[in-house]
Design a protein around this ligand. Structure first.
Ligand SMILES: Cc1cc2nc3c(=O)[nH]c(=O)nc-3n(C[C@H](O)[C@H](O)[C@H](O)COP(=O)(O)OP(=O)(O)OC[C@H]3O[C@@H](n4cnc5c(N)ncnc54)[C@H](O)[C@@H]3O)c2cc1C
Length: 452
């Protein structure tokens, strides 16, 4: 049977673009890709990249104060959102252009269109044309969802925050995950009076308790009004503002409200049901270890499969798919010991098991130290950092490493290599400290603070 293409990719985000590029570029496969919105997907257009630029922008306020403490005669001026937003979007346009060119330069034919499946080897584009392919890869990502609350339509999500006309004076951020917590820090840093509601007992659920406790404490210290165990009951427009009634009975007015309460896979209206492709509880596409759906010619990667929703993971799933299907080398994407950073202020870097999860698995020793880092302490800031290792009593392997500190994301990338290699606590100890740094504590902690 002959097909128009060897591979048709639906979705031009992190995973889709990488799979299309490598399949076409490395193996000479005939590849097409459809993208209904902007190339680069969530990460480049409305996720990691613009968010990190906003983190950078928001960190300068404190730097001016620190510089003054170090003797610099400088004064903080006002933050110009319009100037920054213009530059940020110009950068996103530039990156989108790069993504388009990557596809073109590798011989991938791209269609600016929505695509859906018609049968196991056919996709239909939004203009009605149909294309056939030996393999179809679904890499359609996910989208933010708002809770079913009266007045929820008044709130924005992370999709809209990058396009605000003006910065609000006051803002409520609802949610306790990494996106909510990161934007609470960003907005606070940009001078917005920021409140965060989270219905749970502590933000950053799933991460190490001690680490997330310190992040929350420091966020409060920095001026964010964090309300735990609190959710929005209802909202309505009041003049230019949004009136919010909270579950704790409080009623308040905000200029802007953002929900960062969850995301859902983009798997509706893709024609999956007609083909019998199964979906999970959250609507995600169910795949096996090789990212293959129940229909042998159809694969899915990235956020639409809701495994580990991070850009580097979507990319690796895409590469593993190409290895398996186009290079004859069956490869499972490795989801073990993924280092990750949460760009809160302070930042958190983490790899492996939290103390709580490790203790459920086996007896552990916990090495942990929290202190005021030299650079900020000298400037008179009370900020504390955390360096923590969770160690197996039996094997002495480091099961988890958790860092809360400026630059923790950079640190955990490197510590992640050691942990992934199976380093023991004694391997860490044998490594000479880099002095004076914050992360030297990771190799100088002598006695466990507790065992469990
Ligand atoms: C605010 C925010 C911050 C984030 N920060 C980080 C971070 O710091 N680090 C990190 O690793 N990850 C981060 N992420 C997560 C990361 O962005 C995603 O995990 C990653 O983009 C997933 O890649 P993907 O290829 O699965 O999907 P996406 O990148 O979402 O790409 C999917 C693409 O498919 C297109 N599409 C959807 N349906 C169709 C269709 N039917 N036809 C054609 N095209 C379609 C979409 O328009 C989109 O461009 C963040 C996410 C958000 C929302």
């Amino acid at each position: 049977m002959s097909f128009d293409y060897d591979l048709f990719v639906i979705g031009g985000g992190s995973g889709g673009v990488r799979a299309a590029r490598v399949a076409a570029g490395d193996t000479g496969a005939k590849v097409a890709l459809a993208e209904e919105d902007r190339y680069g997907g969530t990460c480049v257009i409305r996720g990691c990249v613009p968010k990190k630029l906003m983190v950078f922008a928001s960190e300068y306020a404190d730097m001016v104060g620190d510089a003054q403490a170090y003797g610099w005669d400088i004064k903080a001026g006002a933050f110009n959102w319009g100037h920054f937003r213009g530059k940020m979007h110009a950068e996103l346009d530039r990156l989108e252009g790069i993504y388009r060119n990557i596809l073109k330069n590798n011989g991938v034919e791209s269609f600016d269109a929505r695509a859906k499946l018609v049968d196991a080897h056919t996709v239909e584009l939004s203009d009605g044309t149909r294309k056939t392919a030996k393999h179809i890869l679904i890499a359609t990502g996910g989208h933010p969802v708002k809770p079913d609350i009266l007045g929820a339509e008044l709130a924005i999500t992370s999709n809209e925050i990058f396009h605000l006309e003006t910065l609000p004076k006051t803002m409520l951020i609802v949610g306790g995950g990494y996106i909510a917590s990161e934007f609470a820090g960003i907005m606070n840093g940009l001078g917005v009076k920021t409140t965060q509601f989270y219905r749970g007992a502590q933000i950053l659920r799933g991460f190490d308790d001690e680490a997330r406790g310190l992040v929350c404490e420091e966020m409060c210290q920095a001026g964010i009004d964090v309300h735990l165990g609190t959710n929005v009951l209802e909202m309505r427009k009041e003049g230019d503002q949004i009136w919010v009634k909270a579950t704790n009975g409080e009623e308040r007015l905000f200029d802007q409200v953002m929900f960062a309460t969850g995301r859902a896979p983009n798997a509706d209206d893709l024609g999956l049901e007609a083909l019998g492709i199964e979906r999970g509880r959250k609507g995600e596409i169910l795949v096996d270890d090789y990212s293959q759906t129940g229909v042998p010619s159809v694969f899915a990667i990235g956020d639409v499969t809701d495994r580990v929703n991070l850009t580097p993971v979507a990319i690796r799933e895409g590469m593993a798919f190409v290895e398996t299907v186009f290079k004859g080398n069956p490869t499972k994407p490795d989801h073990e010991l993924i280092p990750t950073a949460i760009f809160t202020q302070p930042e958190m870097g983490t790899v492996g098991l939290s103390e709580e999860d490790a203790a459920e698995q086996e007896p552990i020793d916990v090495y942990s130290t929290s202190f005021k880092p030299m650079q900020q302490a000298f400037a008179g800031r009370a900020q504390r950092v955390l360096m923590k290792l969770v160690v197996s009593k039996a094997s002495r392997k480091v099961l988890g490493c958790h860092i809360v500190a400026p630059g923790a994301g950079e640190m955990i990338q490197l510590a992640g290599i050691a942990v992934k290699m199976g380093a023991t606590k004694e391997d860490f100890d044998r490594t000479v400290a880099v002095h004076p740094t914050m992360s030297e504590e990771l190799v100088t902690m002598k006695t466990p603070v507790r065992s469990a």
